[in-house]
Design a protein around this ligand. Structure first.
Ligand SMILES: Nc1nc2c(ncn2[C@@H]2O[C@H](COP(=O)(O)OP(=O)(O)OP(=O)(O)O)[C@@H](O)[C@H]2O)c(=O)[nH]1
Length: 308
């Protein structure tokens, strides 16, 4: 197993999730043989750990198949859980690639207020800058002055240009201006912040639809990515947010944040299983380095606490 700084972050980030899974499973391994009751309890422990009912049922079936009436060991169960998690995460672990021609590639970032959207935009920008791409930000969330201000601070820190307007301004207009400037100055990636008011679904839908119309007129392939930012600490609620945003905005991929502050990191797996949407990156902390594309096996082992 690797001991890179990122791996240490992952271990720390998922610690509470992995501890909770451990707690939920504790006591089950003292039984001498695997019987129906223990299988039920293992299934329940996995559901309680937010991993989702489908995965819980599969692990139960596999254990029942191979281990019934035999002794069970904790490492064996953890290894099986890790294997199942890896199989769910491997097909969806896809970093955001910059490949659009003509440039710029336009990434709309959506999500409810407080999900970590602004921070995620800064972290994604940082990842692209590291790969030598030219990045621009657009402050399309004009609903709150604080959101515009926060994005400006990040742009300055990162040393990237930003297009913004006044509070209450027309976000589609700002996005139009940003694409124009990005095209003129040869920017590779334009990352657009958007408002996240789920309280008024109609307004949100209209606003996002208008941004999409403006972008589509400039380049029919744009927006190239619509990335939904989810806060892992909201647990199962993150799953209903995916449903709603798929409906109002169309979602091409997910970023899950705050996996470090929660015992509910299993919801990453439940989201992957239920929706099959690409998961571009995960956030395990507040600094700019704390968002990275991930390796399915590494994350699976960390969540399950397995050293397979
Ligand atoms: N622990 C931790 N905190 C995070 C992570 N990502 C974001 N945060 C914090 O979550 C808080 C909200 O993040 P923002 O980026 O402001 O969220 P937002 O969705 O833009 O929220 P609004 O500005 O209210 O729309 C901030 O204090 C961030 O530092 C993460 O991966 N881990």
């Amino acid at each position: 197993m690797s001991d890179t700084p990122w791996h240490k972050k992952l271990l720390g980030g998922f610690k509470r999730t992995s501890d909770k899974l451990g707690e939920n499973l504790t006591g089950l391994f003292t039984k001498s043989a695997l019987d129906d009751q223990t299988l039920d309890e293992i299934e329940e422990a996995l559901i309680m750990s937010d991993l989702g009912p489908a995965m819980a049922a599969r692990v139960r079936a596999k254990l029942a198949d191979g281990r019934f009436d035999k002794g069970i060991d904790e490492a064996g169960v953890r290894a099986l859980v890790a294997e199942e998690i890896e199989q769910v995460l491997a097909p969806v672990a896809k970093p955001l690639e910059v490949e659009a021609f003509p440039r710029p590639q336009v990434i709309l970032v959506i999500g409810v207020n407080g999900s970590g959207k602004t921070t995620t935009i800064a972290k994604l920008a940082h990842l692209f800058i590291e790969q030598d791409y030219g990045v621009m930000l657009a402050a399309g969330d004009t609903f709150r002055a604080a959101a515009i201000g926060q994005l400006k601070v990040w742009a300055e820190r990162l040393g990237v240009p930003i297009v913004s307007g006044a509070e209450g301004g027309d976000s589609a207009g700002i996005v139009f201006e940003a694409v124009k400037q990005a095209t003129e100055t040869g920017i590779d990636v334009l990352i657009v912040d958007t408002a996240g008011r789920l309280q008024n679904k109609r307004e949100l839908m209209d606003e996002l639809a208008k941004i999409r119309r403006v972008l589509g007129r400039l380049n029919p392939a744009s927006p190239h990515d619509v990335v939904l930012v989810l806060d892992a600490t909201t647990g199962q609620n993150a799953l209903s947010q995916i449903e709603v945003f798929k409906e109002v905005a169309g979602v091409t991929g997910l970023v899950m944040t705050k996996l470090d502050g929660t015992a509910r990191g299993g919801v990453l797996v439940a989201a992957a299983e239920k929706f099959g949407l690409p998961i571009h990156a995960i956030g395990v902390g507040e600094t700019i380095e704390d968002l990275r594309p991930f390796d399915a096996k590494e994350v699976a082992d960390v969540i399950a606490g397995s050293n397979r």
